[in-house]
Design a binder for this molecule. Structure first.
Ligand SMILES: C[S@@+](CC[C@H](N)C(=O)[O-])C[C@H]1O[C@@H](n2cnc3c(N)ncnc32)[C@H](O)[C@@H]1O
Ligand SMILES: [Zn+2]
Length: 170
């Protein structure tokens, strides 16, 4: 049987520990300058069909066990997804925040997490997951920031969300 190649990830900027946001989180192990490539989000590139199947299975697991995250699969292209749900991908443990200190950047078929401001040693690293409004009620946000909007919704969709909120009066 062929041995699977496990990518080597640079973990010099991070430390994994329990998070107040959700189960495990990723924290800065040293001061990080704005613009630093903190870590790569590695995983297995799979077809959209396989990615959808894995997403659905993971979502069901997360409903049964609250310590399980619900989403680890990224849309890479029209054809491919990136499933990062592997122990060897510590970046999978980075939580979402409505006021993040990092962002994700796709370069070709790779995803990197980049600091968008200077981050102090010990701070939890977070980025905007960028989710749209489909099924937003399934993804409550517990980032705890002053500007938290209560759900994991990407910055680009927040205006539409506010309109929806006013219309539905909640
Ligand atoms: C990529 S994982 C992040 C790591 C997760 N904390 C863990 O221990 O596996 C994504 C999942 O973590 C949870 N999560 C991430 N950010 C969150 C937030 N701001 N509020 C609530 N849950 C969050 C959700 O279940 C989400 O689907
Ligand atoms: Zn929030």
């Amino acid at each position: 049987m062929m041995k699977k190649r496990i990518p080597k990830v640079n973990t010099k900027y991070i430390k994994v520990k329990k998070s107040k946001i959700h189960n495990n989180g990723v924290f800065a192990s040293k001061n990080i300058k704005k613009g630093t490539k903190i870590i790569e989000y590695v995983g297995e590139i799979v077809s959209k069909e396989e990615g959808d199947k894995r997403s659905e299975e993971q979502f069901k697991r997360s409903r049964k066990n609250k310590s399980e995250g619900s989403v680890y699969v990224y849309d890479l292209t029209k054809k491919y997804d990136l499933d990062g749900n592997f122990k060897w991908n510590p970046a999978r443990l980075i939580n979402h925040s409505c006021e993040p200190n990092a962002k994700y950047k796709q370069v070709g078929l790779k995803i990197f997490i980049i600091a968008i401001r200077s981050i102090k040693k010990g701070e939890e690293i977070s980025y905007d997951y960028g989710y749209d409004l489909d099924d937003y009620k399934d993804h409550k946000c517990k980032c705890g920031k002053e500007k938290c909007i209560g759900y994991i919704i990407g910055k680009n969709y927040r205006k539409d969300f506010e309109k929806l909120r006013k219309k539905r009066k909640y």
